[in-house]
Design a protein around this ligand. Sequence first.
Ligand SMILES: *[C@@H]1O[C@H](CO)[C@@H](O)[C@H](O)[C@H]1NC(C)=O
Ligand SMILES: *[C@@H]1O[C@H](CO)[C@@H](O)[C@H](O)[C@H]1NC(C)=O
Ligand SMILES: [Zn+2]
Ligand SMILES: [Zn+2]
Length: 450
Amino acid sequence: MNFSKWVSLIFILNLFCPTLSFSDSSSSSSSSSSNGLTEIPKRFLQFAKRPELFDWMVGIRRKIHENPELGYEEFETSKLIRTELDKMGITYKYPVAVTGVIGSIGTGGPPFVAIRADMDALPMQEMVEWEHKSKIPGKMHACGHDAHVAMLLGAAKILQEHREEIKGTILLVFQPAEEGGGGALKLIDEGVLENVNAIFGLHVSANLAVGEVHSKAGPIGAGNGFFEAVISGKGGHAAIPQHSVDPILAASNVIVSLQHLVSREADPLDPQVVTVAKFQGGGAFNVIPDSVTIGGTFRAFSKESFMQLRYRIEEVIRGQAAVQRCNATVDFFTEAKLFYPPTINHKGLHEHFLNVAGDMIGIHKVKDVKPLMGSEDFAFYQEVIPGYFFLIGMQNVTRGRLESEHSPHYQVNEDAFPYGAALHASLAARYLLEYQPEVSFSERKFHDEL
Ligand SMILES: *[C@@H]1O[C@H](CO)[C@@H](O)[C@H](O)[C@H]1NC(C)=O
Ligand SMILES: *[C@@H]1O[C@H](CO)[C@@H](O)[C@H](O)[C@H]1NC(C)=O
Ligand SMILES: [Zn+2]
Ligand SMILES: [Zn+2]
């Protein structure tokens, strides 16, 4: 799919996915205390902390950890998920986006709310020596997606046990290929979000305390794009430069000019990054090469800044190459879906999150997250429907520091599982109870976040 098609796809989905308008949060929280809604998160957490549920989640996570699978190859992981859903009597759709599984709990009718876990591992060797170390050389769950699957199955168990309380339908989204494969976009292409009113996702965090959750309204993760440019000149003898068109010098000027996009053109209060991380060209001391390939990444927190960078990166590369008498082609890998939008949390859902997480663990354990330049393919969902992404802590200082995500020494603190499972379940169940569609279709507001 080329880029313009991608944009129009998002636009079309926007039109066909009308979303419930959020009543102001004060009215919803006042009604919630009257009918026991505020008790749901605590009840669900107690349920998730029961040894039989906790041990079951831990067992599932360790099994997945031993057999890590890369994006779109999560066949065994997917099979394990379906086996557990079968045992619980939960119906599901499979396959979706190659290995994805979409479970469904509740009435089968509207409103619909989705909770999502990613399933893929990373192509790296685990260096932690423990009983459940990865059995696949060169593959490892080093981003906690094994924990995400276990917690979503935990939520499924909680919700299935309490299914008579569900006023609508909760979709369990087991998504492939978060790490660079754009699995979320593929699920959207296959219509998974049709009629879905909101979606929640979480990520474990090694740097936050266990029992705490962190998030905020608005941007929390950057949009991420990659670019590669081939700058073509005319090769020749290095001692006779007048007979050549030197792409090495042209590429060098291109790189210097690209640095001005952030330092001179961007708002200093709007964080952005342009990094050229790849430079390939030439192979001899005395030969000017025909061409040079450069490549890198660019990041921004708003769609506008992101698109402006993309536009200017191409313009600067072509223009600066032309000044040096070279030609340039620029590729943004939109076909390969290496183009993640910024992760932008819906304001109404943030209120909902504060209410639910606050009722579960106390509002003092619900903290503001500092936005990261990193990106998450959950952002694709948020372009189409209101979505909310949050971090759950894993750190326990009495047991020492945990390595960050993508480290070969990465470890998960399984004590966090009851919080993740109960939050997933409570956010979804209470969303359906609090946001029943009382408005007619024509009165519903269209999603206009971006
Ligand atoms: C650049 O492209 C033009 C038009 O195709 C061509 O005439 C020219 O020779 C190219 N220059 C180089 C340095 O490749
Ligand atoms: C932290 O670890 C200690 C030792 O294993 C344990 O006793 C304690 O309950 C843990 N704290 C939390 C909040 O999980
Ligand atoms: Zn990751
Ligand atoms: Zn991750």
